[in-house]
Write a protein that binds this ligand. Structure first.
Ligand SMILES: Nc1ncnc2c1ncn2[C@@H]1O[C@H](COP(=O)(O)OP(=O)(O)OP(=O)(O)O)[C@@H](O)[C@H]1O
Ligand SMILES: C[C@@](O)(CCO)CC(=O)[O-]
Ligand SMILES: [Mg+2]
Length: 381
């Protein structure tokens, strides 16, 4: 969940929280002998989409491992030459036209794979999904490269899932950011950061502040099912900012103030210095103001406005989340809201072909499950 997105790309503070929805990535490494036989293949199985992509390791080596490989200890950006080689590799695949948007995710995967593990073959292998994808992928690859390790500790996800130390999380986050750059163009880093570290954070110009939080807030997420692309929406906001620089500077300034207020509110509530109902009223007002400013930035959409109108009929406040332009909308579920009303709201939204689900904010970040060689991380909205 994010409050005050977009302005964060332009240096304003924003507040984000992980939710209890996860992107899982399983990594299976084939024995070295297969690679020596020259038959090794890198296979990416995108289960949600029912698609499998594969590349002969020798082909990857020839196309992407010609540069000096500096090692994975430090994340580095994807050079234009490397990006062009990745694009050529992808052209060899016939990605169905209806799923062409997947090519950004595939590019990020090939970049992360060849940067983190690729030099050491053998191998197998609008809710912040791009960041969750990059975090789980970077984390799995860094774990396989022996650069990130579980430190034990209890994960809420159940048996087998283990936590990772702060320095290792930092490395996962840095690589995931480089992957996000391929998908987003100009990401602020907020999505990969909250996806890696979990919980609720304030984020400004690359700096993260962890917010203590108690009594997690519940949100209704409505997926409008309208497809959109974060890269294009972020570019649209930048263009508007250059056309109306003074007005947009004021908008970004207002967003910054809202984020600061939300952060104080979360901390006051954690210290029991404010009643829950009063915190929820203030949060609802700030969300409403944030949505108005996002409309000023030009990232709302008729489907989003329909969700806003529908929830307002029940006195509930909503705002778009992520980059907007369609995608998902967040609605605050006050503690005192009856289940009956909540069911009515959901029924009305779903009758308009939207899809609803309820989440608790403040999920966990990146974790490792060694038994199944899988990694996963908290998704972000
Ligand atoms: N599980 C996944 N498998 C493969 N590719 C993925 C996956 N998740 C995300 N992607 C890639 O990320 C792209 C979506 O990124 P985009 O930033 O536009 O949306 P988002 O991250 O869900 O929303 P937002 O950035 O607004 O929070 C997809 O088109 C695809 O290329
Ligand atoms: C729209 C944006 O603020 C969030 C996308 O989830 C972009 C970013 O911060 O990178
Ligand atoms: Mg994204």
């Amino acid at each position: 969940m994010e409050v005050c997105e977009h302005a964060v790309v332009h240096g304003s503070a924003a507040v984000a929280a992980a939710i209890d929805l996860y992107t899982r990535c399983s990594l299976r490494l084939l024995p070295r002998a297969d690679d020596e036989a020259g038959a090794a293949v890198l296979e990416l199985d995108l289960r949600d989409h029912g698609l499998t992509f594969s590349w002969p390791c020798a082909r990857l080596h020839e196309a992407l491992l010609t540069e000096e490989v500096a090692g994975a200890q430090e994340a580095r950006p994807c050079s234009p030459d490397r990006m062009a080689s990745i694009a050529r590799l992808l052209e060899e695949h016939e990605i169905p036209e209806a799923k062409i948007w997947l090519s950004a995710g595939l590019s990020a995967f090939l970049f992360l794979y060849t940067s983190i593990l690729g030099s050491d073959l053998p191998m197998g292998s609008g809710l912040g999904s791009s960041a969750a994808f990059c975090v789980s992928m970077s984390g799995a690859l860094l774990t396989a490269a022996g650069m990130v390790a579980a430190v034990g500790g209890i994960s809420s996800k159940g048996t087998g899932w283990e936590l990772v130390g702060k320095d290792d999380l930092e490395l996962v986050n840095q690589w995931a950011f480089q992957g996000e750059k391929i998908i987003h163009g100009k990401p602020s880093g907020i999505d990969n950061t909250v996806s890696t570290f979990g919980s609720t954070i304030k984020f400004k110009k690359g700096e993260l502040t962890n917010l203590k939080s108690r009594n997690p807030i519940k949100m209704l997420i409505t997926d409008t099912r309208v497809g959109r692309n974060t890269k294009a929406l972020v570019a649209g906001v930048s263009e508007r900012a250059s056309r109306h620089s003074d007005a947009m500077a004021s908008v970004f300034h207002a967003v910054n103030s809202i984020s600061e207020e939300v952060s104080s509110l979360v901390e006051l509530a954690a210290n029991d210095e404010i009643a829950i109902t009063s915190k929820e009223e203030k949060l609802a007002e700030l969300m409403e103001m944030n949505q108005g400013l996002l409309q000023c930035m030009g990232v709302s959409h008729s489907s989003i406005e329909t969700v806003l109108r529908t929830t307002l009929k029940f006195n509930l406040v909503s705002k778009l989340t992520g980059a907007g332009g369609g995608g998902c909308v967040l609605t605050l579920i006050p503690t005192l809201l009856s289940n009956l009303v909540l069911e009515k709201v959901i029924a009305e939204l779903e009758s308009q072909s939207f899809r609803c689900f309820i989440v608790e904010v403040g999920g966990q970040g990146f974790q490792v499950c060694q038994g199944g060689c899988s990694c996963f991380n908290g998704d972000v909205v």
